[in-house]
Design a protein around this ligand. Structure first.
Ligand code: PHE
Length: 467
């Protein structure tokens, strides 16, 4: 049996899990969703879901990992006494991060190109409307893709403590400081207050069923839930440590960063163009960051000069890149951990296998935005033509996460039993017994929470595929 990795301390775990959680979802998707969907009204719904739905599911996932010391496939299988059907559920929790890694990698490659362009003085070019389309359809992306994959797999070769935790220890505090400084800078600009009130004054008229669905899916994605990540990270978590308290820290860190990102981006938009038509913001999140943000940064030229504007833009893109990198590393660790546990192979071999597999899928996904016609018009459903990239993102990001969350709850409540979960949660947290949290989990984990997740799953499926 191989030596399994472990985080060096509770702080190490919190930073690594926050490194996974804080990513494109916080810095890009959240501000866009909040601005489209009623600002603080959306924020309230989001907070409600994080506290009452996601937090218990997070603890359940981490407990499954720590109780078994295994990856998702091993954890489901061991806790169910080797039941094949539950093993299948574990496989779904491996396949999902595997595929999410594919589209997340493609977006991160674009970020690398953007950073290079800004560093070489081409912010003005990036702000041009046709540039984004040009970049994503240029074969030169492959060079960046290979370089990025090389960096990621080198980090993963370093293992849990020397790779993942070390990366998070350096990048997470840096990221938080950069974000706060950038936010303060933007808030001091003229007109920023219009953006602040747009963000913080709730508009409940925008809330409908699809916004509520969106808020829950976003919370799942942002907290890295429903993907086997927390099961795997739980398996690297020490038995002396407190799961409820550490999980709470991760959820708070993730949500705060999302909140600050909103406080940065919306005021920035209004400061530089007070006449911003808010309907323009309802383009997709990917579209927003890549076509809209360079324009915002460029419009700072009047106040701080071209070099100043380029510096601000590079700080921002580097920040997003750091967040994406720590998330990407966590996503790719899941299958690696599975290959190591289930096939008893070394980390080196598992990393090599995963590097090949990811490259095989990432190449066609990279070609999906214009390089190859076949992958660009790969299929169509719900009345829309979809690329290979869209297909992966629709199936694995939009649809599967709440389903895996549902399965985790049903499993923990009805197969492992709440009593099994509880006996894991009290390890490292003697106060759990008899707490309000315990009562809440007893009551909701097998009932309300899976019911909400199932409803969201069904309504998402009907919206995307049968619109
Ligand atoms: N939670 C990360 C984000 O908000 C993304 C992520 C998804 C990370 C899935 C790991 C797994 O962007």
């Amino acid at each position: 049996m191989q030596e399994r990795g472990q985080f060096s301390s509770r702080l190490g775990f919190i930073l690594a899990a926050a490194g996974s959680a804080v990513g494109l979802g916080n810095l890009v998707a959240f501000p866009v969703m909040a601005s489209k969907n009623g600002g603080a009204a959306f924020l309230f719904i989001y907070l409600f879901f994080v506290a009452f739905i996601c937090y218990p599911v997070m603890m359940a996932e981490i407990s499954m990992g720590r109780a078994t010391n295994r990856n998702p496939v091993g954890a489901f299988s061991e806790l169910s006494g080797g039941d094949k059907r539950w093993r299948l559920a574990g496989m779904l929790a491996i396949l999902t991060p595997f595929m999410i890694a594919v589209f997340y990698t493609v977006i991160t490659v674009w970020l690398v190109v953007y950073i290079k362009e800004v560093f070489t003085g081409n912010l003005r070019g990036l702000a041009d409307d046709t540039t984004f389309g040009g970049i994503v359809s240029s074969p030169s992306l492959f060079g960046y893709l290979i370089a990025l994959l090389a960096v990621i797999f080198l980090i993963l070769l370093g293992g849990v403590k020397g790779g993942i935790e070390r990366l998070a220890r350096v990048l997470m505090p840096t990221l938080a400081v950069m974000l706060i400084l950038l936010t303060i800078f933007v808030l001091t600009l003229d007109n920023a207050s219009v953006g602040v009130s747009y963000y913080l004054v709730p508009d409940f008229s925008r809330i409908d069923l699809s916004v509520i669905n969106g808020a829950l899916s976003q919370a799942f994605f942002s907290l890295s839930l429903g993907m086997g990540i927390l099961i795997t990270y739980g398996s690297y978590f020490s038995r002396e440590d407190n799961i409820p308290a550490s999980t709470r820290m991760v959820a708070i860190a993730d949500t705060s960063i999302a909140f600050f990102a909103g406080l940065l981006i919306l005021p920035a938009i209004f400061a530089f163009d007070p006449n911003t038509n808010t309907d323009d913001l309802s383009t997709s999140s990917v579209g927003l960051i890549f076509s809209f943000l360079p324009k915002i940064f460029l419009s700072m030229e009047l106040a701080v000069g071209y070099t100043g504007a380029s510096i601000v833009a590079s700080v921002f893109f580097v920040l997003v890149f750091f967040a994406a990198l720590t998330s990407l590393v966590s996503i790719i660790e899941i299958p690696i951990c599975c290959w190591m546990d289930e096939f008893k192979i070394s980390r080196k071999k598992a990393v090599a296998i995963q590097a090949v597999l990811l490259t095989v899928f990432a190449v066609p996904a990279t070609m999906s935005l214009g390089i190859s016609d076949f992958f660009t018009n790969f299929t169509s459903y719900g009345g829309v033509s979809k690329s290979f990239f869209d297909l992966i993102s629709d199936v694995f990001y939009e649809t599967i996460l709440p389903l895996v969350g549902f399965i985790v709850c049903v499993f923990c409540a009805h197969r492992w039993k709440v009593s099994g979960l509880k006996s894991e949660l009290v390890v490292g947290d003697p106060n759990f017994e008899g707490s309000w949290l315990e009562k809440y989990i007893n009551f909701s984990l097998g009932t309300v929470i899976p019911a909400v997740l199932l409803i969201v799953f069904i309504s998402t499926v009907s919206q995307i595929y049968f619109a």
